[in-house]
Write a new protein. Structure first.
Length: 644
């Protein structure tokens, strides 16, 4: 139907009244929509909802609770357009923007448009017609923004918008409630803020942010963070690319949760993702995260790719606990870090890490590829405990050490503030491994280190390092799983307390005499207790060990050679590396048979390809084994463990 167009002027009060009556009759009779335009804003009132319109004192008219001053109205039209309840659309076009407001929320939405800068005050404090208000952004502007204030949750839908605000945030929300930001399916959306501003992020919300949708969102942060929330942030389904930020890629408080989607963060000046406490009391994880203020980070699904380069930076940094597992979808983490040591505080050097937590790290699933090439950097760094129960983890520390003891540093004090060692995986608390696969390499220091105890009861762990491959400052226990510690410069497995081998398969390789495959701190009054499992120790065992399971020795061995050890019905093939100790000590629940120079085919790969289970082993020659009751002095200068 042809739209009916009516213009107003200040001297046409009688005609205005007559026109309004005519429009009321028209929309009721024809089932049409009344469009009231005020500047760049159009309010749409469907006839089925309009009801009684009140015209008062010749100055105002009220429609569905929205009162207009007549002199502000640019035009009124009637057409047959459809109106979606609870919808507000903002369309950007160059230096201007237009806003369309559904009639059922008109009384709660007050837009202000200045060029392409749109500010909206939302006044409802409850749902409107059973739902929240949705703001849909589309179009392009190189000098615009979307700002929103209010006190009730709402949604912001991105429907193919490219928006740059040279003087502030592209999206700036002071509403302290939950804000859902959704990229609509098959749309590409790009948001950029201005440099040298005062905003905390290209996207900023005082309240919680739920990032979701089946579209793509690109974010460029030129002043501080890419995305900043004063509360929690959740991610689901969305393809999110943060291509640069002066600060963190994502910064939030309370907690961060990623359920699914594809998130890529690069070009940042600080951390990839950082989560802090909002207050001073840590609530820990709560049921459904209700009222949670934990500083925790939960990675439960999706693909997360992060590259950081700044000194002292962290790929993922949690003030609370960092959880990685798989729930409704698979989890993939690819984190690289090339940042060195932050020396701005000479009394507290800050090293870089791919994953960092101030409390604990718990990995129960997913595929994690973590590479740190920065000086003094770590792949995983927990200030508390580290628990691994599932997943596949590849962790590499390829950078050099920082400080006066940079040549490996194992003879220096580990508490000195003048250096940072590049370690594969480090925890200041205990390490507990019950499952999963870990492949850890450290080019210039220890591979897997705990400042407390290490307890391994399952999983497959392969560690190669230039210093101790696996080191515990206290006791080390292996009761299950497959554990390989290969050191090119020290002990295979080293404990500064007691070492207990109770089960599983342990393949320990030292760098050569005086180091040993399995080293306990005898100088401190501790011992290696071997009571079970299958053990292959190239370089022997710590002197004065308690051997409650029979051990056997082969005094000579050949490098880069495949061997096969058979204990009962199980045969394990293993390849000796190009370096090692002076002999092989083997142990099993029954007397092992050892063959050298065997051919290996099939089977299940273990120890990063250095071993095979259930393989077909042929040829080779039987190695003569002698009973082993003694040990090696081991442990470097001063004997086992004494260097600390």
């Amino acid at each position: 139907m042809q739209a009916k167009l009516i213009y107003f002027s200040m001297n046409m009060t009688r005609k205005i009244y007559t026109t309004i009556i005519a429009l009321m009759l028209t929309i009721v009779a024809c089932g049409q929509t009344l469009n009231v335009k005020v500047g760049s804003v159009v309010y749409q009132f469907p006839s089925a909802q309009t009801g009684e319109m009140t015209y008062a004192d010749g100055k105002t008219v009220t429609i569905m609770g929205k009162t207009f001053t007549l002199t502000d109205i640019t035009e009124m039209t009637v057409d047959d357009s459809e109106v979606t309840n609870n919808a507000v659309s903002i369309s950007y076009e160059g230096t201007s923007a237009s806003v369309t407001v559904a009639g059922n929320v008109a009384q709660y939405v007050t837009p202000t448009v200045n060029g392409a800068h749109v500010t909206i005050l939302q006044s409802n404090t409850d749902a409107v017609d059973g739902d929240e208000i949705t703001y849909t952004l589309s179009g392009t502007s190189t000098d615009g923004e979307f700002a929103l204030g209010g006190s009730y949750k709402c949604s912001v839908a991105l429907a193919g918008v490219t928006l740059t605000n040279p003087s502030g945030a592209a999206i700036y929300i002071t509403n302290g409630k939950r804000i859902q930001i959704s990229a609509k399916k098959n749309t590409i959306n790009t948001l950029t803020d201005g440099a040298n501003g005062e905003q905390k992020g290209c996207i900023y919300s005082k309240g919680q942010i739920q990032l979701q949708g089946n579209g793509t969102l690109n974010v460029v942060g030129k002043t501080k963070h890419g995305i900043k929330s004063g509360d929690y942030i959740e991610v689901k389904n969305l393809t999110l690319n943060i291509t640069s930020a002066v600060g963190d890629g994502i910064s939030c408080n309370e907690y961060f949760l990623m359920e699914s989607g594809n998130v890529s963060i690069s070009g940042v000046g600080d951390d990839g993702i950082q989560c802090d406490l909002d207050g001073t009391t840590n609530t820990g994880e709560t049921t459904n995260h209700e009222d949670e203020d934990s500083g925790n980070i939960y990675i439960q699904g999706g693909t997360l790719t992060i590259a950081t380069t700044a000194v002292g930076s962290k790929g993922i940094k949690a003030t609370g606990t960092l959880f990685v597992n798989e729930s409704s979808s698979s989890t993939t983490l690819n984190v690289t870090n090339s940042g060195g040591v932050d020396t701005s505080d000479s009394t507290d050097l800050a090293g870089s890490a791919c994953l960092k937590s101030d409390i604990a790290i718990n990995i129960a699933g997913g595929t994690l590829t973590l590479t740190n090439t920065g000086q003094g950097g770590r792949a995983i760094n927990s200030d508390g405990t580290l628990t691994i129960s599932g997943g596949t983890i590849t962790a590499k520390a390829q950078g050099s050490n920082y400080g006066s003891s940079s040549g490996g540093g194992r003879w220096g004090s580990t508490t000195s503030s003048s250096h940072k060692y590049a370690k594969g995986v480090k925890a200041d608390g205990n390490i507990v491994i019950t499952g999963g696969t870990m492949i850890i390499t450290s080019a210039n220091h220890e591979g897997l280190e705990s400042k407390g105890t290490i307890d391994i009861s399952g999983g497959e762990i392969y560690v190669q390092a230039s210093d101790d491959a696996i080191n515990a400052a206290s006791h080390l226990t292996v009761s299950g799983g497959y554990v390989c510690g290969y050191s090119t410069g020290n002990d295979g497995l080293d404990s500064n307390g007691n070492m207990y081998i109770k089960g599983g398969v342990v393949y320990a390789i030292c760098s050569g005499s005086p180091e040993v495959g399995l080293d306990a701190n005898t100088e401190g009054g501790y011992k290696l207790y071997l009571t079970g499992g299958t053990v292959i120790a190239i370089g022997g065992l710590e002197n004065n060990s308690s051997l409650q399971q029979a051990c056997y020795n082969a005094s000579s061995w050949s490098k880069s050679t495949w061997y096969a050890i058979t204990v009962g019905q199980e045969t394990i093939a293993f390849k000796t590396p190009s370096s090692g100790g002076s002999g092989i000590v083997v142990s099993g629940s029954t007397q092992p048979t050892l063959k050298s120079s065997v051919s290996v085919s099939g089977g299940t790969s273990i120890f990063n390809g250095m071993g095979y289970l259930n393989a077909t082993v042929s040829n080779g020659s039987t190695v003569s084994l002698s009973s082993y009751t003694g040990g090696n002095s081991g442990g470097g200068p001063g004997g086992g463990g004494g260097r600390w």
